[in-house]
Design a protein around this ligand. Structure first.
Ligand code: ADP
Length: 536
């Protein structure tokens, strides 16, 4: 929000009634400053301002909208080091992940929108079916105010990638970032605002409200026109319930427990690096992390040996600059506690540890190393619960059918992977996996292809974010039916005449009977009734 106070030093707020978020670098423990929590009244006012700003923005040209997005992208590319440092300080991740996992996909999404959005959003002429004297058109009308309630795992990417599609579609946007990354979120708002200012657009078109769960709840209560929620299944459920009050549509991007099937014929090195990347990018704090690696029994021993050798040699330390470490710290103290609890539970119940397994207190508060567990059984919570941390679970499959059964044995169905030398086998397996996307021969890269929709099945949510569908999701497809010819023929239905029923019945046959013979018969009947009606 415009009036959110941000203090870059120690907490300075003296008003007891003002709630603040204490922002900390999770890797070093250093204080970053405080951010003031917005009250329900603040949130309500933000929505009202956004609604006023949207009325103007909705009338803007595609040229102007593209220019705004282009300024955002250019800023990120011209200030890469500064932005990466801000991400690293707030999230504890490496500079490499900040660059490739945040700035790259954000610029990629913006580039896609600049290139493709106009053709997907411009009015579309469609057929008019049996109404041959009319013509049909779909106008993609902006919804109004879109709320994006987002998590902490990709502080920059979550913010900018969430807002650019609704913005491009002519909506104003209110972001509710995670309290865990409130500090950098406030900095990144400036990137968006400089872009709006350059084009003379009201800064109320994109706002941030800061706070915890109740701030997100206040945003839903304030009656927005669509909600994009990215977060946990539990909170997703709460948001769906709250959205019922105003019948607000929602896009739900919830958790994942993504499987990666390694087939008998998989190239070992390809499989190993796909699994390492899929699992340990951003220390597994990734909804599309490959948490469950299902390996054919003939590859199992070699696979376990190779992945554990790499995981055990990965460097972990405070990410003090580019190139110094493979992984940093986890972002959320709350999440590391969950990871630790799930791993401890599995070990206590007999899981075998091939790498990691214990919090690295020697490095700081929030360091958990790349961990690999085998010998997993269904009584271990980690087998079914999303870890959202650096833990690879390896399962042994006796056959392809066994692997597919194990992959589908989950309440979640976000993304998935299959690694095989045989492309046809990859396609056959892909068809049988219950998930929103399947990446054949790689980890969860589907998100990077902006032409593809991104979304899940089962408890992973519904609705999609990317591609044509993800863009049009921020519009109402408004149906327009207009006269094809400039003829003033009144649609006289009343009063009902004696032969109307018989004539309509024959017309029905004429329109929908399949055989030509039947159609001709019906046509003759229609003509006959019409002549009869004239002389009656
Ligand atoms: P994560 O742990 O991945 O951040 P969460 O579901 O905990 O996922 O949080 C995602 C976002 O949802 C955060 O911005 C959080 O503040 C917000 N949030 C949490 N609870 C609620 C709620 N009841 N209503 C609206 N937003 C909420």
């Amino acid at each position: 929000m415009e009036n959110t106070v941000i203090s870059e030093a120690a907490p300075q707020n003296t008003q007891a009634s003002v709630e603040v978020i204490e922002c900390t670098n999770p890797a070093t423990g250093d204080s970053l400053g405080t951010v003031v929590v917005d009250t329900s009244a603040d949130v309500q006012q933000a929505v009202e301002r956004a609604r006023a700003a949207q009325k103007v923005w909705a009338k803007s040209s595609f040229k102007k909208r593209k220019a705004v997005l282009s300024h955002i992208s250019e800023y990120l590319l011209d200030h890469t080091d500064e932005i990466c440092s801000q991400i690293v300080a707030d999230a504890g991740k490496t500079f490499e992940n900040a660059l490739l996992g945040e700035i790259m996909p954000t610029c990629n999404k913006i580039a896609w929108l600049i290139k493709h959005s106009e053709k997907h959003l411009k009015p579309e002429n469609v057929g008019s079916g049996i109404l041959m004297h009319k013509k049909g058109r779909i106008d993609y009308v902006p919804l109004g105010v879109v709320a994006c309630i987002i998590p902490w795992n990709y502080p920059l990417q979550n913010i900018i990638s969430s807002l650019v599609a609704p913005l491009m579609a002519g909506n104003s946007v209110i972001l509710k970032p995670s309290e865990q990354v409130a500090f950098s979120s406030q900095q990144f708002l400036k990137v968006i605002h400089q872009a709006l200012a350059k084009e003379g657009i009201s800064l109320d078109t994109v706002q941030i409200v800061q706070g915890f769960g109740p701030t997100g709840a206040a945003l839903i209560d304030a009656r927005v026109d669509k909600i994009l929620f990215i977060g946990s299944v539990e909170n997703g459920r709460r948001i769906i319930e709250a959205s019922a009050k105003h019948i607000t549509p929602v896009v739900m991007e919830l958790g994942g427990k993504d499987p990666m099937i390694v087939c008998e014929d998989a190239h070992l090195e390809k499989a190993v690096h796909s699994a390492i990347g899929g699992c340990f990018i951003n220390l597994g704090q990734n909804c599309v992390a490959s948490e469950r690696i299902i390996v054919h029994k003939n590859q199992y021993e070699d696979f376990c040996r190779e992945v554990s050798s790499i995981a055990n040699s990965m460097r972990q330390q405070v990410p003090s600059g580019p190139g110094v470490t493979d992984v940093g710290s986890l972002t959320s103290p709350h999440q590391i506690a969950i990871v630790e609890q799930l791993v401890n539970d599995a070990i206590a119940k007999g899981a075998n540890v091939l790498a990691g397994g214990k919090r690295r207190t020697d490095l700081g508060q929030n360091f958990f190393p790349p961990t690999i567990l085998t010998d997993l059984t269904d009584d271990m919570d980690i087998v079914s619960t999303e870890v959202f941390g650096p833990v690879m679970l390896i399962f042994k499959a006796d056959s392809e059918a066994d692997a597919i059964r194990m992959a589908n044995d989950s309440n979640l169905g976000l993304q998935s992977s299959v690694i095989t030398h045989d492309r046809q086998r990859g396609e056959t397996i892909a068809k049988q996996i219950e998930s929103g996307a399947v990446c054949i021969n790689d980890f969860g890269l589907c998100y990077v292809n902006q032409d593809l929709p991104f979304g899940g099945t089962k408890y992973s949510g519904y609705g999609v974010m990317n591609g044509r569908e993800g863009l049009r999701a921020y519009t109402t497809p408004k149906a327009i039916l207009a006269d094809r010819f400039p003829l003033e023929i009144p649609p006289k239905l009343f009063p009902v005449k004696p032969l109307d029923y018989e004539k309509s019945k024959a017309s029905l046959q004429l329109l929908f009977k399949r055989s030509m013979k039947d159609k001709i018969k019906a046509l003759l009947k229609v003509i006959g009734i019409s002549i009869k009606a004239i002389f009656k």
